[in-house]
Design a protein around this ligand. Structure first.
Ligand SMILES: Cc1cc2nc3c(=O)[nH]c(=O)nc-3n(C[C@H](O)[C@H](O)[C@H](O)COP(=O)(O)OP(=O)(O)OC[C@H]3O[C@@H](n4cnc5c(N)ncnc54)[C@H](O)[C@@H]3O)c2cc1C
Length: 226
């Protein structure tokens, strides 16, 4: 982990409130980063905000940030003009991809997507690619879905890839209704050996409880909530 400065180089609005923001950092080195880690923005000397790194390449990293209208800092970060320089620390965190080629299941909601996407990308770069990967993602409505073509493209690199999106607030063809935790049944989880959860505290708690009740060892469940 090191203290550094990074510059906003590109910005794309993915949904009505989610932004893809790319930064360049001359001190960033790909090989010091483990998929799942985050960058800490030091916005004021006493005030920080953490954002999971969604992807990285060379001296660049990308974040996926939800702009919370009444939030103190996410509007400032999302509205910043290209060229804005931020101070912060990276890479940080222990919610990381385990170095094993066993089958993995990623379950996330909202911007909990970011570290899971980074981890799935990490798996695809290994020599021994895991055979079975599941990406189970939940948002409120269809208008909140983002990166589905990126996920499908990445998924095509795995022998058996399952990608399911849940919409909790509306019924739509091609999407399941209600919550990602509904997906957790003995049949659906049977072929996966590791579980990575990221999203709201309620979802993470409920998913952990369901997985443990179905006999998954605590050591095989990795999670982060925000
Ligand atoms: C390890 C870690 C990684 C994180 N990674 C990401 C990431 O990749 N993308 C991302 O967008 N955020 C991420 N977060 C959350 C982020 O750090 C901030 O908490 C978030 O952006 C809110 O900051 P704010 O200053 O705008 O709002 P604040 O002023 O801190 O909060 C304003 C209100 O918004 C609520 N709130 C906080 N987060 C959310 C949310 N996601 N949805 C709805 N309401 C919310 C708060 O409870 C509060 O009521 C991460 C947090 C942690 C701890």
């Amino acid at each position: 982990m090191f203290k550094t400065r990074f510059t906003l180089t590109s910005k794309k609005q993915l949904t009505h409130d989610v932004y893809e923001l790319m930064y360049s950092c001359s001190e960033f080195q790909e090989n010091t980063m483990i998929p799942g880690q985050y960058v800490l923005f030091q916005l004021l000397p006493w005030l920080n905000r953490a954002y999971s790194i969604a992807s990285y390449r060379d001296q660049n990293f990308t974040l996926i940030i939800k702009r919370i209208p009444d939030g103190k800092w996410s509007p400032l970060i999302c509205d910043a003009p290209i060229g804005t320089i931020f101070s912060g620390m990276l890479p940080l965190g222990h919610f990381v991809l385990q170095d094993s080629s066993v089958s993995k299941c990623f379950i996330g909601t909202g911007t909990g997507f970011a570290p899971l996407y980074c981890m799935m990308n990490g798996c695809a770069k290994w020599e021994a690619i895991p055979a079975n990967i599941a990406f189970i993602f939940g948002v409120r409505e269809l208008q909140d879905v983002f990166y589905s073509s990126e996920i499908q493209e990445l998924g095509s690199q795995f022998q058996d890839f399952k990608y399911i999106t849940y919409l909790s607030r509306e019924e739509r063809d091609g999407y399941l209704r209600w919550y990602v935790t509904d997906w957790i049944t003995p049949e659906s989880i049977a072929i996966y050996q590791e579980f990575y959860l990221c999203g709201s505290p309620v979802m993470v708690k409920s998913a952990r409880e369901k997985l443990e009740a179905l006999g998954i060892e605590k050591e095989k469940i990795f999670w982060e909530q925000f």
